[in-house]
Design a protein around this ligand. Sequence first.
Ligand code: PEP
Ligand code: MG
Length: 830
Amino acid sequence: MIGIVVVSHSHALATAAVALATEMLHNQPIRIEVAAGLDEHTLGTDAVAVADAIANADSGDGALVLMDLGSAVLSAELALELLDSPHRVRLCSAPFVEGLIAASVAAAGGADLDEAADEAENALAGKQTHLHGPATTPSDPAGARIDTYQSEKAATGVFVIMNHHGLHARPAARLVAEVRALPATVRLRNLTTGAGPASGTSLSRIAALGGLPGHEIEVVATGSDADAAVGRVLALAARRFDETPSTSAAIQDSSDRCASTGRESNAGHTPADQAANAGCTPTGLGGGPFPASAGIGIGPIWRIEHSELVVPEHPSGPPEVERELLDTAIAAVRADIERTRAHAGAEAEIFEAHLLLLEDDELIGAVQQGIDTAGSAPAVWARVLESAAAELDRLTDDYQRARAADLRAIRDQVLAAMLGHSTEMISRAGILVAADLTPAQVAGLDRDLVTGIVLAQGSPTSHSTILARSRGIPALVGAGPQVLTVPEGTVVALDGGTGRLALDPGAATLAEFTGLANWHREQRRAAEAEADKPAITRDGTTIHIAANIGGDLDALEAVGNGADLAGLVRTEFLFLGRDDAPSTDEQEQVYRAIAEAFGGRRVVLRTLDVGGDKPLPYIEQPIEANPFLGVRGIRLALARPELLRDQLTAICRVAADHPVSVMFPMVTQLEELLQARRILDEVAPAGVTPEVGIMVEVPAAAAKTASFADHVDFFSIGTNDLTQYALAAERGNEALSTLADPLDPGVLRLIAMVCEAAGSARVAVCGEAAADPVAAALLLGLGVHELSVAPPAIPLIKAAVRNLDLTECRSAAARAMQCASATEVRAIST
Ligand code: PEP
Ligand code: MG
């Protein structure tokens, strides 16, 4: 693979451009080297550094050099004279940013030097089309031959662009990666505008198609497997080019979580619940509000009183005095954040990020430089942090964009400290309405006074929102600026689970909300008080309520919420978001911490469940048209046995001292289990025999339970995947959320099969269904022994189980299996 070298006068400019290009690569590794600035802060270029960067980037296939201007070009030319193999280096006259992105995507797709250079040189095409229309679309020799190819037995198809921002850089880059991996030639034409044809391997030419949401794009493929190629492209388009969920999708996520709450609430208090949901009307304020933190909030609006921060432009003294002012303020804010972090529980990481920002050498260095050129510390600080935040605002990824809020939070905290204002949050009773809040402000809210939050801005993925959720404060975000004009004291009622907001509600609506809120509060309070006690049904059967966790912090939360055991540790959290697999020692340390947190209670460690829709950058895998039906779970583990061996070694080391079990995911065939067990036997030291179980997620495995039963100690039914595979309804597809109901009688029958054929092996359920009280009753009726749920759901599920009688559950389960649909099951089960 070719390497890329970025030569610029400015280190900051080069690294920002590389960050932007990397964003387009969807975790495909390529080598990009930077030779920029004389050092991190001084502008300039250095031929020797450029030569070194080229030598590092070139692994034998050559290096493409992108330069900004002037002496960057001269230094790059000089660098060629310093190199042993200058013939493998191409200096490229492409526009710096666009060229870098186009070349990176091409390189990631396996382009050679000429192709990548060509891509980069054409990289302005997308912008030109956008600004001047399709007439400037560059000629595309491959595309221009479209008719010829059609006569050579081409396959064609059409997709409609469903991505929120159209076929912009990230989805286009994903498309190029897909097409480059195909054995066919693929070209595209925008049928809506007439733009194209464009080669499917050219990011610049795809950009020039100007594809907007709703546009129809024709795909024409020729070559050995043209039909399959068109199918792959259409499948990718249907998956919205694997884009990170947009804001609206993220909001949907949050309401999804609430949807299961809705199902739960139907179980216990149907009339009030449904009346409240039906009785509220959206306010229609600016497209929102959007649900952000589930729960009912009622109360008068109050706002944070801001004493206006007047930022002095001129320094109050020499640079040393201004630097001192900055240092003291940063130290004070750091101390504040450390205090808040100590009480933040599982969300402490949010504040880690803030502390890191306060130690960010680049930011602080830029402020110090500004101070040295006679700026006032507060003014320079505000400017530097705002410009860094504005950069994040421009990113396309919602999660990354939401990090701008972190920067602004820190900006304001330090600014307030420099100007002598208090940053302490004084809570008042009622619903806090604000443009946005910092995580520290949310952490500082008094839960007993603040009954809800409505933000004019904000996003469901912001740290403030995450904190509101984990603190149990109902919240809505994105309500629009109009909400800030509603007078203080106006009573509002909100449902953070549905996004409904009633301003100044009438007596009937208020009564509905109040009834619902009281019910929620009472249930939660009573359940929490009993959380540490076992969940024993009315007829005296103890049901173990376990926790599904994804890390050591979750373990503490789970134990605090009364978990009887860890029923599912999703170990992928250790493997994702890094460049190489964690070592055996690293894994042992984390598994041990979890086992210690559970203090002698059983911990079920599921082996790595990645692949398919959760790729790992350090595992090479072919791109799959249907990743959910692909090489995932145990299939991937057996294809890469060294990963499994390391993981089982780490688990066995912990199993020598703690009751930990091993669970294999996505098992379909007995032979898969036997192979995995053989590896376990090989690595387990003498005398260490952890319990072994499998996830039942594939319908065929459910039907073959009897053949697994002699080889396992337990089964754990993953209803999330079992439902998607049984009903052919992808679990993340919003359009199918009603269909993908685990209470479908077809799914219930599969669960019954597992329970009936499990013999002496225990049967647990660890999918989301276990946290739905209606489903939980039926699952126990079908013969399930253990329910494993997210930590916050433990107290409520324990409370629900204590109200059940297993004989009644069995009759209810038998009736449910005779129903025709999940709707019918729910209707007879509430
Ligand atoms: C499941 O499929 O139900 C399950 C618990 O596994 P995951 O959600 O991690 O795929
Ligand atoms: Mg699963």
